[in-house]
Design a protein around this ligand. Structure first.
Ligand code: NAD
Ligand code: DAU
Length: 351
């Protein structure tokens, strides 16, 4: 038995791969294009481990995907690969359409061809697990109930529109061709190996460097934060027991404003790495808001709990403390990812 993982060198994908081998010896074939967000250093602990086969390549390369499926005969495909940063999608949506829409289409077609040729038992057991986001549902009013799986799709950014399109393709491949799919829509993750273009790691690395902490607009936007290992355990639960053709929302029951998040990160740094210049909150600056900025996301995660018994293991307090400590302990990783290309992005976005 083997599983094919796409995007397994990114933030969530690499955490998933590392987590998987803590409880399983089932091999993983990891297909990742190693874009700016992919980083083999995340997987350094698996060097020389025969259970992990890394392949550098694009999910949009049909011949490559066909050859991997034929050679490794996976029982499941877990599809993490994507362009994932909303701000980058505003500057340049093309890559998001290419990978998130066309790439998912190519992967679905390859999976359909492979699955169609399997023997009945293997065919019945095969799964295509599509990893998606709560952003496809759009923005919630302050007192509106959290997103359930039947909430209308109202994507507002090029990123979320591209993810919504991919969700629709996955749904259609099940409905039309019978491909055995499951889709998970998860809220904001945080934790180790998070690329410092996203809110929490950006605030940690900037604060450590004594640089400004840029909060968009009034900082009252709300996100529902989930520690990344809890996302990984939810994906394993859905892969093992999710009903075919269903979607499952995954969230942390943990709504916080960006303002609260940044203040908590600053307080933890004041405790763990105090600065002689004073409290880290001195670095907070309010900058121009993100165009089309969604005001609030919140996940109703009752379906996955009711059907599969999954709940997050971490509270925000335990998760954010582990995360800040991880960044303090991994200064080399932080320095490595802040390459020339990263600096060019920071200049473009923050001026
Ligand atoms: P990430 O940007 O950190 O990693 C994406 C990975 O995909 C990288 O390793 C990159 O090299 C790879 N990749 C990109 N284009 C590729 C291509 N064409 N072919 C092969 N590989 C390619 O993203 P992430 O935060 O780890 O997110 C993973 C998945 O989870 C995405 O589908 C994202 O939409 C979804 N998601 C993310 C969050 C979050 O908070 N980060 C929350 C919910 C859902
Ligand atoms: O909700 C799930 C989504 O969460 C995933 O699908 C995306 O892949 C992931 O990137 C994340 O999207 P967000 O846009 O919510 O995450 P980000 O970390 O970019 O921003 C979180 C909030 O912080 C958002 O309201 C914008 C704000 N922000 C972000 C940055 C980078 C700032 O105020 N300042 C910043 O510099």
């Amino acid at each position: 038995m083997t599983i094919l993982v796409t995007g397994g060198a990114g933030f969530i994908g690499s955490n998933f791969v590392l987590d998987w081998f803590k409880s399983s010896d089932e091999p993983i074939v990891n297909l990742d294009a190693l874009t700016y967000a992919g980083n083999l250093a995340n997987l350094a602990a698996l060097q020389g481990d025969a259970r992990h086969v890394f392949v550098k390549g694009d999910i949009g390369d049909r011949a490559l995907v066909d050859s991997l499926l034929a050679a490794h005969r996976p029982r499941a495909c877990l599809h993490f690969a994507a362009e994932s940063h909303v701000d980058r999608s505003i500057h340049g949506p093309g890559a998001f359409m290419k990978t998130n829409v066309e790439g998912t289409f190519t992967l679905l077609e390859a999976a359909r061809a492979y699955w169609g040729g399997l023997q009945p038992d293997a065919k019945a057991g095969f799964r295509f697990h599509h990893v998606s986001t709560d952003e496809v549902y759009g923005s919630l009013k302050p007192d509106a109930p959290a997103f359930t799986e039947t909430h209308p799709y109202e994507p507002n950014s090029p990123y979320s529109a591209s993810k919504a399109a991919s969700d629709h393709l996955v749904r259609a491949w099940h409905h039309t061709y019978g491909l055995p799919v499951v889709t998970t829509n998860c809220s904001n993750n945080y934790g180790p190996y998070h690329f410092p273009e996203k809110l929490i790691p950006l605030m940690i690395v900037n604060a450590l460097a004594g640089k400004p902490l840029p909060i968009y607009g009034d900082g009252q936007q709300v996100r529902d934060w989930l520690f990344v290992n809890d996302h990984c355990s939810a994906i394993r639960a859905v892969l093992a027991g999710g009903r075919l053709g269903e979607t499952y929302n995954i969230g942390g029951w943990n709504e916080k404003t960006n303002h609260e998040i940044v203040h908590r990160v600053c307080a933890l740094l004041d405790e763990l790495r105090p600065s002689a210049a004073g409290p880290h909150t001195r670095l907070i600056t309010h900058v121009t808001d993100r165009p089309g900025h969604d005001r609030r996301y919140a996940i109703d995660a009752r379906k996955i709990e009711r059907e599969l018994g999954w709940r997050p293991a971490e509270t925000f307090e335990t998760g954010i403390r582990k995360t800040v400590q991880w960044y303090l302990d991994h200064a080399d990783w932080v320095a490595d990812v802040q390459s020339g290309a990263y600096r060019a992005w920071v200049d473009k976005q923050y001026g």
